[in-house]
Design a protein around this ligand. Sequence first.
Ligand code: NDP
Ligand code: ZN
Length: 194
Amino acid sequence: MKNDLTLVLKALNFSAGKHRHQRRKNTAASPYINHPIEVACILWTIGGIADETAIIAALLHDTIEDTDATPEEIGAAFGAEVLGLVLEMSDNKRLPKQERKREQIVHSPHLSPRAKLIKLADKICNVRDIAFDPPDRWSRERRIEYLAWAEAVIAGLRGVNAGLEKHFDDTLALARKKLAEEENEAALQPEEKS
Ligand code: NDP
Ligand code: ZN
């Protein structure tokens, strides 16, 4: 990456502003901006992605889907390449939820190489959170379903970055182990009480 952080910091500032009223779905309701920061961080540290365009798009990846940010704004501030990546990361919100989930599986093989990297980092974060910092009130069954869906999305885009793919596999295995442990604990609880 060029030794110039101007656009990266501008993207961080833009994303923080757009997500300022949003929280993650975990119990602590963490500030939303921690998630795109973490996605960018995983790309840089685990994926070794020293590519300014990918890092900027990672910071912005949920702005069109989840905030009032417009494609015009992002294109004007960060250029067409970044805009294209953010659009690739955005679900079509006009579709029902189930359809959107299916579309991610169908589309993942056709994402551009950089969008595949961002998708991997995004799913690494979300799979880890589903297991260790989950949305409030999600049943274990729903969390297990999420893991299976994320695995199917990632299955369609393999072959882009061995480090990120291994990290996804390791994170998924840890997540499943955690959920299995929770199930065992839940099964033991009635006996402990009696
Ligand atoms: P989502 O799949 O949209 O919620 C998960 C998403 O929320 C993640 O992909 C992530 O997206 C974001 N997120 C925010 N905080 C967290 C966190 N702490 N951990 C993980 N992810 C987080 O769930 P929906 O509520 O939209 O439901 C989706 C599907 O689930 C629907 O198809 C619905 O039919 C089904 N469903 C299943 C139920 C069940 O019990 N089995 C019950 C209800 C619904 P990002 O990175 O983009 O922010
Ligand atoms: Zn995300």
